[in-house]
Design a binder for this molecule. Structure first.
Ligand code: ZN
Length: 235
C-alpha cells in the first residue's frame, strides 16, 4: 500500500513540475506562437465535438494589450485541421499586422468583447445545441441556467444555486451594428460569461485561453443538458 501511495505522490509531483515548466514566460500575455498552438488544439477538439463544423466558428487570443494585438483565425478554414501558420494577428481596427489571409467578418465582435470585458481570449462555436436553444428562447431574450453543478466551471461561480443568464441577440450580417449591440449587452450585464446569437451560435471568453476553453465546455454542456432534458420529459 505504501508503495502505491508513494508512486501516486511522485506522479502528482511530476505533473506539477511539468506544468510549471510549460507555463508561459510572460504571465501577463500569451505569445503569438503559444496562442496559435493552443488555438490549433482547441480547433481539433471542438471539431470532434461537432461545435465548429463546416469551417464555422472562430477563435482569438490577445497577444498584446498596449498596443492591442489579437491572434485570430483566418476566415473559411476547417477548424479541425488548422495549423499555427494559418492564424493572423490584427490590431484594434482589424488591420493585419502578421500572417496571410482574411480575418473573419466576426473579428469585430471579438474586439468588442476584448474591449468590453478585458477578455484575454474569445471563442465562438456553432453547435446544434446553441442553434436550437437560441431559436426556441429568443422571445425570452435569453436562457437562465440554475441548479446545475457544472455551473461551478464558470469563473467566479461557487455554487450550483448560481443563476447564469445567457442573453440571446438577434443575428445580423452587419458586423458594425452587431458589435455595437454586443458592447451594449456587455455594459448592461458585465457579469455574464457568454451570449448567443439567434440560430447562429455561442460567444464566450476568459482571462486566458484555458479559461475561455473551459467556458465553452461548460456552456455547451449546459445547453445540451437543457435540450436533452426536454426530450427526456416528453419521453
Ligand atoms: Zn459565427
Amino acid at each position: 500500500m505504501f508503495g502505491v501511495t508513494t508512486k501516486k505522490t511522485e506522479r502528482r509531483s511530476n505533473r506539477r513540475n511539468a506544468a510549471t515548466a510549460n507555463a508561459p514566460s510572460n504571465p501577463k500575455g500569451t505569445s503569438f506562437a503559444e496562442a496559435t498552438a493552443f488555438l490549433t488544439e482547441i480547433g481539433k477538439g471542438f471539431h470532434v465535438r461537432g461545435w465548429v463544423l463546416g469551417t464555422s466558428g472562430n477563435f482569438s487570443a490577445v497577444t498584446s494589450r498596449e498596443p492591442l494585438r489579437v491572434a485570430i483565425t483566418s476566415t473559411g478554414l476547417d477548424k479541425g485541421s488548422l495549423s499555427p501558420t494559418q492564424f493572423l494577428e490584427v490590431d484594434n481596427a482589424v488591420n493585419i499586422v502578421r500572417g496571410d489571409g482574411r480575418p473573419s467578418a466576426e473579428a469585430l465582435l471579438h474586439l468588442a468583447i476584448v474591449r468590453g470585458v478585458g477578455a484575454g481570449a474569445v471563442l465562438h462555436t456553432h453547435s446544434v445545441w446553441s442553434t436550437v436553444l437560441s431559436g426556441s428562447h429568443a422571445s425570452q431574450g435569453g436562457i437562465a441556467f440554475e441548479g446545475y453543478e457544472m455551473l461551478k466551471g464558470l469563473e467566479g461561480v461557487r455554487t450550483h444555486k448560481h443563476r447564469e443568464w445567457l442573453p440571446i441577440l438577434e443575428n445580423s450580417q452587419d458586423m458594425v451594428e452587431l458589435s455595437d449591440r454586443v458592447s451594449k449587452t456587455l455594459q448592461a450585464s458585465p457579469s455574464i460569461h457568454g451570449f448567443l446569437l439567434k440560430e447562429h451560435g455561442l460567444y464566450t471568453w476568459g482571462a486566458s485561453l484555458q479559461e475561455a476553453k473551459r467556458h465553452v465546455e461548460i456552456l455547451e454542456f449546459l445547453m445540451e443538458v437543457l435540450v436533452r432534458s426536454g426530450a427526456a420529459q416528453s419521453a
